[in-house]
Write a new protein. Structure first.
Length: 274
């Protein structure tokens, strides 16, 4: 998502950090070593949970490149549409697909009458371009990619840390009220609309439900933990995952290193129906 006033969005590269932003903590030696081996961190977030701010602070702390708006820029360039058009339609599936189809018919006109392209064609074009852009950023290395289903696109890469940031609705409303200067009703509506857009985006392009725990290495609720404490957890997870890059797949998972139960485990009996 790329609205300029988004409460949980990352600062764009065109803006200087605000004077009130905390100074980044210098990475530890372990974090620096981990950063050398890992290629990317993906940040998925509920709107108003502070995920965009966390991504920006994380980029400062690690000295990595923050990728948010640049995805829009590269996709727009690849598809032959303007940056403004792509930004205005970012993660609004139907409009973007329609614009992509129109662009391709202009860039690659056919002398023969063709059947009108279908939404499925547009979805394939968009997904292929987005995948190529995100994979290119990841290959360049040391990037923090915000949203756009990047955690699903890069699911098979062990050198990518996938993080989800969430918070209760009440606290997300308070966040948007303070950050965007909206009243409670407008903040609530904005969150509702953003959540719906992001949910529809993931379901449409990836055919999955968003925010499934098994899709992430780390999920953090910022209801009590501060943004900087969340940052510490992410850096710890980055370090720990980097140390397991060379571990054989058979030695990974919750059963790794555990013996069989000494006795046959028994399920806790369920209460009888009243």
């Amino acid at each position: 998502m790329s609205d300029q006033a988004d409460g949980d969005e990352t600062p764009t590269t065109r803006e200087a950090p605000t004077a009130s932003a905390p100074s980044p903590t210098a990475p530890s030696d372990q974090e620096q070593q981990a950063a050398e081996r890992m290629c990317a961190i993906t940040i998925s977030r509920l709107y108003g949970s502070g995920g965009g701010e966390i991504a920006a602070r994380l980029a400062q702390r690690l000295g990595w490149r923050l990728i948010d708006h640049e995805v829009v820029v590269r996709v727009a360039h690849s598809l032959g549409i303007t940056e403004e058009e792509a930004e205005a339609r970012d993660e609004h599936t139907a409009d973007l697909i329609s614009r992509i189809l129109s662009s391709f018919s202009l860039v690659y006109p056919s002398p023969e009458p063709l059947s009108p392209p279908t939404p499925a064609d547009g979805e394939h074009i968009y997904q292929q371009t987005l995948r190529e852009v995100i994979e290119q950023f990841t290959t360049e290395g040391h990037v923090i990619i915000v949203g756009r289903g990047s955690h699903l696109l890069l699911a098979d890469r062990r050198d990518v840390l996938r993080v989800a940031i969430a918070a209760p609705l009440r606290q997300r409303i308070a966040y948007v009220i303070r950050r965007e200067g909206l009243d409670e009703a407008r903040a609530t509506e904005r969150i509702r609309r953003k959540d719906a857009d992001r949910r529809r985006y993931v379901e449409t392009h990836y055919h999955q439900r968003p925010f499934q725990p098994e899709d992430y290495d780390l999920s953090v609720n910022t209801a009590i933990l501060s943004l900087d404490q969340t940052l510490d957890l992410i850096c710890l997870a980055l370090t720990q995952k980097a140390q397991r890059l060379d571990t054989p797949a058979a030695e990974l998972g919750p059963v790794a290193g555990l013996p069989r139960y000494p006795d046959h485990p028994e399920d806790v009996p369920l209460p009888e129906d009243a």
